[in-house]
Design a protein around this ligand. Structure first.
Ligand SMILES: [Zn+2]
Length: 233
């Protein structure tokens, strides 16, 4: 039977019940559910096996990639996820790390074989920030206590700032439906400033990024809108 989790910091092992439990959380209630749930079955069909692959630090070191704050590596090109064990010899990770990687797994393309479609548009900074925001929103949506230690905190706070203005739809469309063009409202608002925001997100500089976003929001809102009648004197 699928494991029920009440805390994001609970341990996850290599048994099937834990794998099923994390995937039930993934597909369960959250504000992202309409975007995520159609992707779960096709993505799981492409998942190798029915357990989490949790390896020693030595083996993990040979995988050549790292999702640094979750101690894991999702390789959609070669269709695999690898976790490094949190304690030597125990083959365990934690719920928050497992769920974060599964959000990558159900991101478009669900067939794997390619990197995440929206990654080029988002960059590492906004991409990891968005993935983490979704992970935390899923825990919130199901009353699962967050992990005590913030994960990708700067990147997530930048994405939350953007969601405040644009809502979740452009991000859900881009990440889960493979429609990066849904991010157009961000380009319309920020222009070349979006590159700067992406760079600051990758540099984990939320303070400066949020300042830039505030300035560009104000500048955009002060501009006369297309189609609006010219201001009379
Ligand atoms: Zn990640």
């Amino acid at each position: 039977m699928a494991t029920k989790f009440s805390k994001a910091g609970e341990r996850v092992s290599i048994n099937e019940d834990d794998f099923d439990g994390v995937n039930q959380v993934l597909a369960g209630k959250s504000r992202w559910q309409d975007f995520i749930s159609p992707n779960v079955a096709p993505a799981l069909k492409k998942y190798p096996g029915h357990t989490f692959n949790i390896v020693s630090a030595q083996v993990f070191g040979q995988t050549g990639g790292l999702d640094s704050e979750t101690m894991a590596f999702t390789d959609k090109v070669n269709a695999k996820i690898v976790f490094v064990e949190i304690f030597k010899g125990e083959a365990q990770t934690m719920v928050f790390a497992a769920l974060h990687e599964m959000v990558h797994w159900v991101s478009h393309p669900t067939d794997q074989g390619k990197r995440i479609t929206a990654w080029g548009a988002l960059g590492d900074g906004l991409g990891e920030g968005l993935t983490q925001v979704i992970t935390e929103d899923i825990f919130d949506g199901q009353g699962i206590a967050q992990y005590y230690k913030p994960v990708y905190a700067d990147r997530a706070s930048i994405v939350r700032k953007l969601i405040e203005r644009f809502d979740i739809s452009p991000f859900g469309e881009a990440l889960f439906k493979g429609r990066p063009q849904a991010l157009q409202p961000l380009l319309d608002t920020y222009g070349s400033g979006l590159q700067k925001i992406k760079g600051l997100a990758s540099a984990n500089n939320s303070k400066e990024a949020i300042g830039v976003i505030d300035d560009l929001n104000r500048a955009f809102d002060a501009k006369p809108k297309k189609g609006a009648p010219p201001k009379s004197r």
